[in-house]
Design a protein around this ligand. Structure first.
Ligand SMILES: [Zn+2]
Length: 404
């Protein structure tokens, strides 16, 4: 289904955009937000219902008088294909218009896997999902794609990220062209961290915020800034620039070639290395086996059981993140900071320590009002975010959205 063939009026598009973000919404809310009268909004809602985008889903509670009708996104109508390509895995998902995941598959990316092979597997996963869901391709509005790194130009060539994809053929690979050959849908691509941040901003835990910093802490530290609905403050080419901020010029060599980047002190490899050092220094641990081959899940579980080397490694690395975060917050002045990613998901201690450290350093710039949030609302934010960005692109011709 081509979005343009729906031929929605400007007013209906605005009303749809509101319901998408405030699902379900009352007609009175829509009138208030749009500054339009009831008869005008009735016309918009009739148009949206006829075109299958929203439906009347019940009535809201009322303190008196007639109960207001609720409008919801019609999740049974159209579908979106979402693709996220990260460094060592990719995900393919089908989501409905309310961004519910109907089917998702993960594909690991090894050093020997060429981009052509991975794109072919993505295409196969998509076709399998169509068969599994019994879905017709005509129901798809398009494909949202998020990548670790950046799309360099109109031809959709992948720009070399600081942390390279494991196979060097990814550098300069015409990713969008190849994806569209495999999955012939309208396509919109975005940096993964931007997609995840915008998803939270429009549909998740930052819906009540104007300015946010979104940080993903996993194998590396990635970040995005959204100010008044616009993605700002990050490099056009890199999404892990915060992770490659040098915090100790005398520190260890980072994969990017610099010395002492934040990644070397606060990302998952640093936590694992810190744990190993603690044990080798003489602290006993409940984790058996080779200390150089433990998983982050093992270390985080041990820390929850007060295992000393695990607790020490996590608090030490989270402390470094907290210091860097305070600097970031003092420059950007967000009203909300969301910390997400595998490290934050696995360890409340890591999150709490980072936030406590950052908070202690915000006083002198008067940024104490900032709130922190552990994890977002979506478990596959990089992937679902790609679909949300496509939807925004279709509605507005551009992704930004001002909060009402
Ligand atoms: Zn670096």
């Amino acid at each position: 289904m081509q979005w343009d063939s729906l031929q929605l009026s400007e007013g209906a598009l605005d009303a749809f955009s509101y319901v998408l973000r405030n699902n379900p919404a009352t007609k009175a809310d829509i009138c208030r937000c749009m500054g339009k009268g009831i008869s005008t909004v009735n016309r918009y809602m009739t148009e949206l219902c006829e075109k299958g985008l929203v439906l009347e889903s019940g009535v809201a509670d009322s303190s008196g008088g007639r109960k207001p009708v609720l409008y919801s996104i019609n999740s049974q109508s159209y579908l979106i294909c979402c693709v996220n390509i990260s460094t060592i895995y990719c995900e393919v998902a089908v989501v409905d218009m309310a961004l519910h995941v109907l089917k998702i598959d993960s594909i690991s990316i090894g050093a020997k896997d060429t981009p052509d092979e991975i794109i072919a597997r993505i295409g196969q996963a998509y076709r399998n999902q169509l068969a599994f869901l019994g879905a017709d391709e005509n129901r798809f509005l398009g494909m949202g794609v998020s990548v670790f790194g950046a799309i360099k130009n109109e031809q959709g060539v992948l720009y070399k990220p600081i942390i390279q994809y494991m196979n060097e053929q990814w550098d300069g690979y015409p990713i969008l062209q190849r994806l569209q050959e495999e999955i012939p849908l309208t396509l919109y691509a975005e940096k993964g961290i931007n997609a995840a941040a915008m998803l939270e901003y429009n549909h998740g835990k930052a819906r009540d915020s104007s300015n946010i910093i979104y940080v993903l802490c996993a194998m590396n530290i990635r970040s995005a800034v959204i100010q008044n609905g616009h993605i700002t403050g990050n490099s056009p080419f890199f999404e892990d620039a915060f992770g490659h901020m040098v915090i100790n010029y005398d520190g260890p060599l980072c994969q990017c070639g610099q010395y002492g980047c934040l990644n070397c002190y606060a990302a998952i490899p640093a936590v694992l290395e810190g744990f190993s050092k603690e044990v080798k220094r003489g602290h006993s641990t409940m984790i058996g086996g080779d200390v150089d081959h433990v998983t982050i899940q093992q270390v985080c579980a041990a820390a929850r059981a007060n295992d000393i080397p695990a607790v020490n490694a996590i608090t030490d690395k989270a402390h470094m993140l907290g210091i860097a975060l305070a600097n970031y917050i003092n420059i950007i002045c967000p009203d909300k900071v969301i910390l997400a990613g595998l490290m934050v998901k696995e360890s409340e201690l890591y999150y709490d320590t980072a936030v406590k450290t950052a908070r202690a350093r915000l006083g002198f710039t008067g940024n104490q009002d900032v709130t922190f949030q552990r994890l977002g609302s979506f478990s596959n934010s990089l992937t679902v975010g790609a679909g949300a960005m496509l939807l925004e692109k279709l509605i507005h011709g551009r992704p930004p959205v001002q909060h009402s």
